[in-house]
Design a protein around this ligand. Structure first.
Ligand SMILES: [Ca+2]
Ligand SMILES: [Ca+2]
Length: 246
């Protein structure tokens, strides 16, 4: 139905706005298609029992296709994370943190991603941080800071996404600070004026890592201008058994 002004003529402004909204919806639909659908909602626990290899790689079925996937990050702070879907099968395919970080993440200067079962439901989850470079006096918040609850796809899509209130985070790692059942997140963040700090994002004691982590953040030490070679108390060992040890 055409919208008309007092004079009975259509209002070009409204028509223009409607066209812009329609174009936006079509563009958004295109985004959904190119990234594909998230994996189906799991009906139960994963068929593949998650475990750690001797070299520290995580083996888990992260996309709920019944085949084991291999997650590795030689950088240990989220920079070089890769997920090899269907590892060992003829259809295996390796994707990088940048490919998992979704469309906005692909345009960012840096991308960091880690995998752990942050909500302890049996399905490994993907935490992603992506944004511009830190420089100058003021911290630059990330454009993407999300926990994508597993299972997740080869484009990093999941059915449930939680936006995290991380600050100007540069590096992230899975950590165990308070020895509860939930994995914590070590965040190496920019405090401004050239200074970085390490923060322990502990998550809620009853539900694990969630949107508002500020109430459960402690100073993890190791502050400075240069990142430490390894963020403190990090690693997946406390949260997964070794492969073949059960
Ligand atoms: Ca899989
Ligand atoms: Ca999970």
């Amino acid at each position: 139905m055409a919208t008309r002004g007092h004079g009975g003529t259509p209002r070009p402004g409204r028509r223009t706005r409607a066209a812009v909204v329609l174009a936006g919806l079509l563009l958004c639909a295109g985004c959904e298609d190119s990234l594909g659908q998230p994996p189906p909602r799991p009906a139960g626990p994963p068929a593949v029992a998650a475990c750690l290899t001797g070299s520290g790689d995580l083996i888990a079925d992260v996309d709920n296709d019944g085949r084991p996937d291999r997650i590795t990050d030689p950088s240990r702070h989220g920079a070089r994370l890769t997920v090899t879907f269907g590892t060992g099968s003829p259809r295996e395919r390796t994707v990088t943190a940048r490919e998992l970080a979704d469309r906005p993440g692909k345009r960012q200067r840096y991308v960091r991603a880690v995998v752990a079962d942050f909500d302890q439901d049996g399905w490994s989850d993907l935490a992603v941080v992506a944004g511009g470079a830190q420089a100058g006096d003021d911290p630059v918040p990330p454009r993407v800071a999300e926990l994508r609850l597993g299972p997740f796809s080869g484009t990093g899509r999941s059915r449930r996404t939680v936006r995290l209130d991380l600050g100007a985070t540069r590096d992230i790692a899975v950590a165990d600070y308070n020895h509860d059942r939930y994995p914590d997140l070590a965040a190496y963040t920019y405090a401004g004026d050239g200074v970085y700090v390490s923060e322990a994002r502990l998550g809620d004691p009853r539900t694990g890592l969630g949107a508002d982590t500020r109430a459960y953040t402690t100073d993890a030490g190791a502050a400075g201008y240069d990142p430490p070679a390894r963020l403190p108390h990090t690693g997946l060992t406390p949260f997964y058994p070794g492969c073949g040890t059960r």
